[in-house]
Design a protein around this ligand. Structure first.
Ligand code: ADP
Length: 286
C-alpha cells in the first residue's frame, strides 16, 4: 500500500541556512511523532507537507498527490486537517462561531449540514458543552482542543499537528494524548514535538530530526534500544569524563555512555535513546 506521505531528498534553505537537508521519509496510518529539538526543522517540514511552504528541491507525495502542482495542491488542502503552531484565535467568537467560520472557509456550503458537522467535531474534542462559550474564556487546554476541532472538519484522512502539546499542563496533556490516540485509530496522524514523553505515551512510530536531517526512524521501543548497555545509575556524581548525566528524582545520577564508578545498569528509556542520538554533550537539567 502506498504510504500516506512520502518525501524524497527534500531540502529547504533560508538564506544560507539549510533548514531541511535531503530529508527522506515515509509516513503511514496511525500516530507518528516527528521528534527533534527546537530549531531542528520540524515546523518547516510540516509546512511543506501541509502545502503552506514550497521546498527548494525534492519530491513530496501527500495522499498520493503532488503539492508542486496547483490542482493537486488544492486537493491536498481539501483532504488534510492541519493544526499549525499558532492557530488564530478570535477571542470574541464563541467556540461554535469559530469552528463554523473555519467550516465556511473549508467550503462547507450547506448551512444545516455544516452546523451538524461543527457540532460533531466539537463533541469529538469534548467541547460540546462549551459551544456558546467565548474563546477568550476557554482554558489553554480547551483552546488547543478547539483548534484540533477545526482540523477535524470534514473527517480528513490525514492530520498534521504542529507541537500540539506545547503549553498544556500535565492533566491537559494526558487528555489531549488520549484524544489524539483515538483519532489515530482510523487515520494518519503526524505530530511534531520536542518532548520524548509525548512519543513514549502516544506514538507508534517516530521520526527523529536534528539539524534538518532525519537521524532515526522506528518505534519508540527501538529508540530506547539505541541506549541499551549505555545507561547507568550511581549514588555518586560521575567524573569529568562523563558527557551526559543528570540527577534523577530519587537523588541518584543517571549517566549515558561509559559507566561511572560504582554504577549499576538501568533500563533505557526513549529519552535516553533520543539524547544519545542527538549526541550533544550536555548536563541535562541538573
Ligand atoms: P522546529 O519546528 O524544529 O523548532 P523550525 O522548522 O521552526 O524548527 O526552524 C528550523 C530553523 O529554520 C530554525 O533555525 C529557524 O530559526 C529557521 N527558520 C524558520 N523559519 C524561518 C524563516 N521564515 N526565515 C528564516 N529562518 C527561518
Amino acid at each position: 500500500m502506498e504510504p500516506t506521505i512520502s518525501v524524497r531528498a527534500l531540502s529547504k534553505q533560508y538564506g544560507r541556512a539549510t533548514v531541511l537537508d535531503r530529508v527522506d521519509t515515509e509516513i503511514g496510518p496511525g500516530v507518528t511523532g516527528l521528534l527533534g529539538p527546537n530549531g531542528a526543522g520540524k515546523t518547516t517540514l510540516l509546512r511543506c507537507l501541509a502545502t503552506t511552504l514550497a521546498p527548494d528541491s525534492g519530491r513530496i507525495r501527500v495522499l498520493g498527490l503532488d503539492p508542486a502542482t496547483a490542482a493537486q495542491r488544492t486537493e491536498i488542502r481539501r483532504r488534510l486537517g492541519y493544526l499549525p503552531q499558532d492557530p488564530g484565535h478570535y477571542p470574541h467568537f464563541t467556540a461554535f462561531e469559530l469552528v463554523d467560520y473555519v467550516a465556511i472557509l473549508k467550503e462547507h456550503t450547506d448551512r444545516r449540514a455544516r452546523h451538524r458537522e461543527v457540532r460533531r467535531v466539537l463533541a469529538e474534542v469534548d467541547l460540546a458543552d462549551r459551544s456558546r462559550t467565548k474563546v477568550r474564556k476557554l482554558s489553554g487546554g480547551m483552546r488547543q482542543r478547539l483548534a484540533l476541532a477545526q482540523a477535524l472538519l470534514g473527517e480528513p484522512e490525514l492530520l498534521i499537528l504542529d507541537e500540539p502539546t506545547v503549553g498544556l499542563d500535565p492533566e491537559q496533556r494526558m487528555r489531549f494524548r488520549a484524544l489524539v490516540s483515538r483519532l489515530g485509530e482510523s487515520r494518519t496522524v503526524l505530530l511534531s514535538t520536542h518532548q520524548t514523553e509525548d512519543v513514549a505515551a502516544l506514538c507508534e512510530r517516530v521520526v527523529v530530526v536534528n539539524r534538518g536531517r532525519v537521524v532515526f526512524e522506528g518505534t519508540p521501543r527501538q529508540i530506547a534500544e539505541q541506549a541499551a548497555g549505555q545507561v547507568w545509575l550511581s549514588e555518586e556524581a560521575p567524573g569529568a569524563a562523563a558527557r551526559m548525566f543528570w540527577r534523577t528524582a530519587d537523588g541518584r545520577y543517571r549517566t549515558l555512555g561509559d559507566p561511572p564508578r560504582h554504577a549499576v545498569p538501568a533500563d533505557p528509556t526513549v529519552e535516553d535513546g533520543y539524547l544519545l542520538l542527538l549526541g550533544e554533550p550536555s548536563e541535562v537539567a541538573a
